[in-house]
Design a protein. Structure first.
Length: 127
């Protein structure tokens, strides 16, 4: 008696993305999808998913934790998960998030630009 091979349709990119909502940055408590850390998802015919992903900071000490969470979250959806860590890019705006406005962001002195002046005018900086 011979076994007939079963064919499994590869997971969709949307299925993988949905599973990644369960992967939470341990320092921030926000999932990697909404943080904008996922740049791309590809699932091949062998049902191996490859993520193009970045971290909240280049020296993030929790890479292994996030990778383990991602593999656990996609277990049973894909046969294997691979992550291409994309360096040199910060998080991009995720679903429902806006990108930083021109004039905002971090200045060379480390102060947040474009946001403190309105608060000062309201007396928010008084001690």
């Amino acid at each position: 008696m011979s076994e007939t091979p079963t064919t499994t349709k590869p997971a969709s990119e949307d299925e993988v993305r949905e599973a990644l909502y369960d992967v939470v940055d341990p320092e921030l408590g926000i999932d990697v999808v909404n943080l904008g850390l996922i740049y791309g998802i590809h699932v091949d015919d062998d049902n191996t998913a490859t993520l193009d992903m970045t971290l909240t900071s280049a020296a993030c000490p929790l890479t292994d934790v996030i990778e383990d969470q991602a593999k656990s979250a996609t277990d049973g959806i894909v046969n294997e998960l691979r992550i291409n860590w994309v360096c040199g890019r910060g998080p991009r705006a995720g679903p429902g998030r806006r990108r930083a406005r021109p004039g905002g962001g971090v200045r060379g002195d480390g102060a947040v630009g474009g946001s403190a002046a309105p608060l000062r005018s309201l007396g928010a900086w008084r001690i």
